[in-house]
Design a protein around this ligand. Structure first.
Ligand code: ZN
Length: 293
């Protein structure tokens, strides 16, 4: 009987502590992976808005519907002032702008070895921060702290959700790390340097070459020869692209080269709290597929 009573008291306590109050707070996140982390913290309390990006986080043009959503929001979660430069135009006294790059140890941007003009990346930071699960967990904590301060009534729910989301990332990432174990020594080149945080976290090789096609409209003959030599010397068979619109043709580089898309922002993935792990899983499966099939 005492056990039963203790059980009911515990149940009551748990229920009380996890009671989420629906909130009228208006929250916007800029890109899908960040929106997903926010949605995992606000689960059962509110639905954050997501801006309507199509393919890349770099060439986004603000749409009128997104502008009005940003205008009427109370909190905006975004990566960095230099990536989402339009955010500062929405700064207001009663609006919280949360630049998530502040909570992360940023890696320096890597040099773009195949650019036709030399691009100075000195001092520039790599902002694809969400591709490290460690960073995702830091951002979840930052999101939870921010929201708990604004919406105190739901503080324990935000915190509870954050802990749950972190635990889930830990579990999934352990599986992913095991899956990538056999691929740590594989060589590859990338057309866009988005995966540095992912590589470092999972202990993958760094790319044999970085093409940075978003700055180059084409690859010059000299660069092409250099690239072909690298691929031959290092026996590189895989080219990772971040968009189907890349102009490079794998057959121009090597007879048996393959090109596979690794989608850093999850263009084809449904938004919501599950999107973050779906994006990481999708990159993992596509990365592996280039080497095994
Ligand atoms: Zn990028």
């Amino acid at each position: 009987m005492r056990h039963l009573l203790a059980f009911f008291l515990l149940l009551l306590f748990t229920l009380y502590h996890n009671t989420a109050f629906s909130s009228n707070l208006k929250i916007v996140a800029t890109i899908k992976p960040i929106h997903s982390l926010v949605a995992s913290v606000t689960d059962g309390i509110l639905e954050p808005d997501l801006l309507d990006y199509t393919t890349s986080a770099h060439d986004y043009i603000l749409k009128p519907s997104d502008a009005s959503s940003l205008e009427s929001s109370d909190v905006i979660f975004y990566i960095d002032d230099s990536l989402e430069a339009f955010i500062k135009t929405f700064a207001k006294d009663n609006k919280e702008l949360v630049q998530l790059s502040k909570t992360i140890n940023l890696l320096p941007a890597r040099s773009h070895s195949f650019s036709k003009q030399i691009i100075d990346v000195q001092g520039e930071k790599d902002l694809h921060i969400w591709l490290s699960p460690e960073n995702a967990k830091s951002m979840i904590l930052s999101i939870s702290t921010t929201l708990s301060n604004i919406d105190k009534e739901n503080a324990s729910s935000y915190n509870h959700n954050a802990m749950k989301a972190i635990k889930r990332i830990d579990q999934e990432v352990e599986k992913i790390a095991r899956e990538l174990n056999d691929f740590k020594n594989q060589k590859y080149i990338v057309t866009h340097d988005a995966y540095q945080y992912f590589e470092k976290y999972f202990g993958l090789n760094h790319p044999s070459a970085i093409l940075s096609l978003e700055e180059d409209s084409y690859i010059g003959m000299k660069s092409l020869m250099k690239l072909k030599k690298i691929m031959k010397d290092e026996n590189v068979k895989c080219i990772f692209s971040h968009s189907p619109e890349d102009i490079i043709k794998p057959e121009a580089l090597s007879n048996d080269a393959k090109m596979v898309i690794l989608d850093p922002i999850g263009s084809d993935i449904e938004s919501g709290k599950d999107a973050y792990l779906a994006i990481i899983n999708n990159i993992t499966q596509n990365f592996k597929s280039c080497f095994v099939e």
